[in-house]
Design a protein around this ligand. Structure first.
Ligand SMILES: Cc1cc2nc3c(=O)[nH]c(=O)nc-3n(C[C@H](O)[C@H](O)[C@H](O)COP(=O)(O)O)c2cc1C
Length: 221
């Protein structure tokens, strides 16, 4: 598989098989991803791998939180407070397509909430990464973390694995940071579920379209 193929093949998978991944492979993918470009070679990412017994523990904690409908103050604004129609429409469209495939109508808020809560079971994935970053870092270093995570997801594709990046974890920063033992000077950016794709999951049949390049690409003459 070459890079171009991996880029096309990668997509967010929201249903995984109950099949463990070798811890050595999880570590290898994380280490190799550190070749990602990073401004000033700062390498701002910190990465925790969760699998096996620890994964079961975290899933248990989150199932309890969902059951009790507990919430926390998000660690950051997942979307900007003011999002113009251009961006709002794109995120609306992807949500509608997914819930459409799942057969969950817009009015069925309860069913949508139950589906959303599957995020906090990592959609059944057996393992995950969490990326944390020093609170003093700014947008450029957060972008570096994004490049790290994209590299990680592409390497996962090459290894025959599927991923789902998950910033929803920023809705439970206290729980996750406490669970990971994140020092106070760092904060959670994102989780990434990793595993073998479940081909029977309807949500996995979705291929998120991209905006036409004319919406964002310009050539300066
Ligand atoms: C930083 C980041 C965070 C994301 N967080 C979530 C999430 O919490 N839950 C989820 O289901 N998808 C999440 N996604 C997946 C996006 O919805 C997905 O990337 C987008 O719809 C494009 O689809 P694709 O990844 O299949 O190409 C996230 C993606 C990124 C890059």
């Amino acid at each position: 598989m070459d890079v171009a193929e991996a880029i096309v093949a990668r997509r967010s998978v929201r249903g995984f098989l109950d099949k463990e991944i070798e811890p050595a492979l999880l570590k290898e993918l994380a280490v190799r991803s550190a070749r990602a470009a990073t401004g000033g070679n700062i390498q701002p990412w910190h990465v925790d791998i969760v699998h096996g017994e620890a994964m079961a523990r975290l899933k248990g904690i989150m199932a309890g939180k969902m059951e009790r409908r507990e919430s926390e103050t998000p660690g950051y604004d997942i979307y900007p407070k003011e999002m113009t129609d251009l961006y709002r429409q794109r995120t609306f469209a992807i949500g509608e397509e997914m819930y459409g495939r799942l057969g969950i109508p817009r009015e069925d808020k309860k069913a949508r909430a139950i589906w959303f809560a599957r995020n906090f079971q990592f959609f059944g994935a057996p393992a995950a990464y969490f990326c944390t970053v020093d609170r003093r870092m700014g947008p450029p270093q957060w972008a570096d973390c994004g490049m790290y995570l994209q590299t990680l997801m592409l390497l996962a594709v090459e290894a025959g694995l599927a991923t789902c990046p998950q910033e929803c974890w920023a809705m439970y920063p206290e729980t996750v940071e406490h669970f990971l033992g994140t020092p106070p000077e760092r904060m959670l950016f994102c989780g990434v579920a990793i595993g073998h794709e479940d081909p029977a999951e309807p949500a996995n049949r979705m291929r998120a379209e991209r905006a036409d390049a004319t919406e964002w690409l310009a050539e300066v003459r």
